[in-house]
Design a protein around this ligand. Structure first.
Ligand code: PMP
Length: 395
């Protein structure tokens, strides 16, 4: 019956996690997958989210509407656009609760493909692997724009601008407002201004995927690009995820926001987003979103949560600094300052595939073949070991 079904090659990141699990070496260290671990190497549950989750335990959950929980949608819109945002006062944002950030990307992709069928999508080179997968899965041709510069471990900013200037109208450009995955290399505010002006001039469609709000700098400054795009009245799409900053990974909590020129068009967009949802999964899950809304909708818990995220951010920064200090001491002739300049959970290390393989074989340290290292997997117990291994591999 199913002989003609071709095998699935598997997802490179998830397959590597399987290889890691099967590695019998007791001292193995997993820095491959994008999960935040605390200093004890455990996945923490922010106390604020835990408290909110406890309040709704053991309750029957009726179906949510297709577009999801109204209070959550409004609270997320404020978190992204700012509490005083004009576009929210003018009801110009169509907001839908989604199944994590991935669900938001897919919903946005399906909508754009239906209503802008001529558009092509461009993702940063490199980007989170699944960006390409999700947009191709929605029927798009996906190209890439210049972004990461291995020579400087920074952004190829001029090449990026030139590329955007060459794109046809309504091309979709997928952008990371903060904590670029996989490189950790972000645009500066003035670079965002330049890019967004080009997006406006060329009439491109900016799709901003924010999965790490609060891990880069502050909740507000991490949303700089989103708020600038709103000020410029761009036809903005935002996908966001609470997997990392609320530790709600398996609960699948995220949202899609679409900015329209006026409230009537925002309503049209919302209607078509609901139509897509109805035909795939009908309505989103309730448990996780109620926990998230319990936090966002309670002033005290929301403040506590933001501080808890900042503690995670600061722990990651401390690990970056430690890596940098050990490497600087071991290999003073090389410049490793990029480890402290990069932001968020990930670092593009500049390791070659051969060096990544050596780390795995000789030191039982797992990073992705691209050289992406999850800094959030480091802790005081393993950072020194990792830094020394990196020094040997880089030497
Ligand atoms: N976008 C980016 C940039 C991500 O890193 C991730 C998660 N790794 C996602 C989207 C997907 O988020 P979620 O796990 O909530 O589906």
């Amino acid at each position: 019956m199913y002989q003609h079904v071709t095998p699935y090659a598997g997802d490179p990141i998830l397959s590597l996690v399987e290889t890691f699990k099967q590695d019998p070496r007791p001292n193995k260290i997993n820095l491959s997958i994008g999960i935040y671990f605390d200093n004890e190497g455990k996945m923490p549950f922010p106390n604020s989210v835990f408290q909110a989750a406890q309040r709704i335990e053991n309750q029957v959950q009726p179906y949510l509407p297709m577009e999801g929980h109204a209070g959550f949608r409004a609270a997320v819109a404020k978190l992204l656009f700012g509490a005083e945002s004009l576009v929210l006062q003018e009801n110009r944002v169509a907001a839908v609760q989604t199944l994590g950030g991935s669900g938001a990307l897919k919903l946005g992709a399906d909508f754009i493909h239906r209503w802008f069928p001529q558009s092509h999508v461009f993702v940063s080179d490199p980007t989170w692997d699944n960006h390409r997968g999700i947009f191709e899965g929605a029927g798009f041709e996906v190209g890439s724009y210049p972004y990461y510069d291995p020579a400087t471990i920074g952004v190829k900013f001029d090449a990026m601008c030139d590329f955007f200037r060459s794109l046809p109208e309504h091309s979709v450009v997928l952008l990371h407002p903060c904590c670029h995955n996989p490189t950790g290399v972000d645009l500066l505010p003035e670079q965002w201004d330049t890019i967004l002006n080009i997006v406006a001039e060329r009439q491109l469609i900016p799709f901003m995927d924010i999965a790490y709000q609060g891990f880069g700098d502050t909740f507000d400054s991490d949303a700089y690009a989103i708020r600038q795009a709103a000020k410029l009245n761009l036809p903005l799409f935002v996908s966001c995820s609470f997997s990392k900053n609320m530790s709600l990974y398996g609960q699948r909590v995220g949202a899609l926001m679409v900015l329209a020129p006026n409230a009537a068009q925002a309503d049209l967009v919302l209607g078509q987003l609901k139509f897509i949802v109805r035909r795939i999964y009908s309505s989103p899950p309730a448990q996780g979103v109620l926990a998230a809304q319990g936090v966002l909708g309670d002033t005290n818990l929301a403040a506590q949560w933001q501080n808890e995220v900042y503690e995670m951010r600061d722990r990651i920064r401390a690990m970056r600094l430690k890596l940098y200090e050990v490497l600087r001491e071991k290999l003073p002739e090389k410049d490793f300052s990029y480890f402290v300049k990069q932001r968020g959970m990930f670092s593009y290390t500049g390791l070659s595939v051969a060096q990544v393989q050596r780390l795995r074989d000789e030191f039982a340290i797992y990073v992705l073949d691209s050289g992406r290292l999850c800094v959030a997997g480091l802790n005081e117990g393993n950072v020194e070991t990792v830094a020394k291994a990196l020094a040997q591999v880089f030497a």
